[in-house]
Ligand binder design. Sequence first.
Ligand SMILES: Cc1cc2nc3c(=O)[nH]c(=O)nc-3n(C[C@H](O)[C@H](O)[C@H](O)COP(=O)(O)OP(=O)(O)OC[C@H]3O[C@@H](n4cnc5c(N)ncnc54)[C@H](O)[C@@H]3O)c2cc1C
Length: 397
Amino acid sequence: MSRSLHIPTVVIGAGAAGLMCGVHAGQGTVILDHAKTPGEKIRISGGGRCNFINLHSGPHAFLSQNPHFAKSALSRYSQWDFIDLVDQHKIAWHEKTLGQLFCDESSQQIIDMLLDEAARAEASVWLNTHVKDISHDGSCFQLELARGGKPLSLSTDALVIASGGKSIPKIGATDFGYRIARQFGHKIVETRPALVPLTFGGSFAELSGLSVPARISCNGTAFEEGLLFTHRGLSGPSILQVSSYWRDGDPITVHLMPGMDLVEALQSERSRSGRKDLATALGAYVPKRLAADRTTAAGLTGNLADQSDAKLRILGDALTNWHLTPTGSEGYRKAEVTLGGVDTDGLQAKTMESRSQSGLYFIGEVVDVTGWLGGYNFHWAWASGVAAGQAIRAKKS
Ligand SMILES: Cc1cc2nc3c(=O)[nH]c(=O)nc-3n(C[C@H](O)[C@H](O)[C@H](O)COP(=O)(O)OP(=O)(O)OC[C@H]3O[C@@H](n4cnc5c(N)ncnc54)[C@H](O)[C@@H]3O)c2cc1C
């Protein structure tokens, strides 16, 4: 026999956005999750140190079919607000690079901070809780759950979907949020893996393990950060960033020596040490394995003195204008985020509330707002969680 109770606000998903929403939605909120532990993605983020925000965060760093949608929430809960919260909890942090802030110790500190704030706000976290069915009876939402294996029916006035995207299914990612959105008449912007390594059919196996600075461009957008050669293809921050702009079949362009005129450097080396082997000379600027690979790719052998200006330009192109077409990506198994999601046209930018179903909210990664690599995705999770939480609390009072 199942019990039935009324909960003022139910948040589905105890991840970054859901916990933050629970903190702001007010007393009696229940944040439920099918996982055994809350905030698993926070825990594994930033190599275990959680890149929790970016100093330079702003709407420019987000992809969405409506680039204006995120502006309101991001500006009302800025990076400085989150840094204040982290400081209040005496969590030590440092800037790694490009405005990316990480915990000095462990990402678990961010999870503990959110759980502590949720407890203070008298919100409860129910783990190991599975949602079997959701409906709306005209006055409130009816939820059929299995909590710790036992059936439970409840009703709620405000239902927040914070179940994230599809990336990393092995730690609990599901398409749940998109299904609920469709059930209540929302459109879904096509989803695909983003911030993901690109594959090239094993063509870089011999360069595997090399890491170099690079500028990678695709479809008019370029990122200058590290590039990593792997057994299956290319990875590293520059590739992850550009993967969000890449679609099947698109070429990418690799520039291995940003900020340097390679041809000029080799010409002047040729005038000083013409007898130097070309690949050896190139090895002064890039790792030796890569120098050998690019020299072979340009079809060149011999000493510097054997190379005409035209040949040096061919080599320059092989390093700075290297066109490659990925065969695919590593998919949701390795993607840090899911691009696309609940169409923002169906949501109110200030509150994240559905335009078609009063009391229904979508926050975090399930929404069609995706940040660059570097702490931006958590900013969206925090900011959209606060926007919905505050709106729900304001409605109650
Ligand atoms: C390896 C990795 C590293 C990352 N590092 C960073 C980083 O350093 N900085 C950064 O800004 N971003 C990072 N990200 C991205 C960031 O983790 C996400 O954008 C963010 O967690 C999204 O928050 P969310 O609350 O929307 O979703 P999530 O954090 O994914 O939370 C969703 C929650 O919903 C639960 N859930 C799912 N389906 C159901 C269901 N059917 N019933 C009940 N519960 C359900 C899940 O168990 C999960 O707890 C990283 C992502 C990955 C995969």
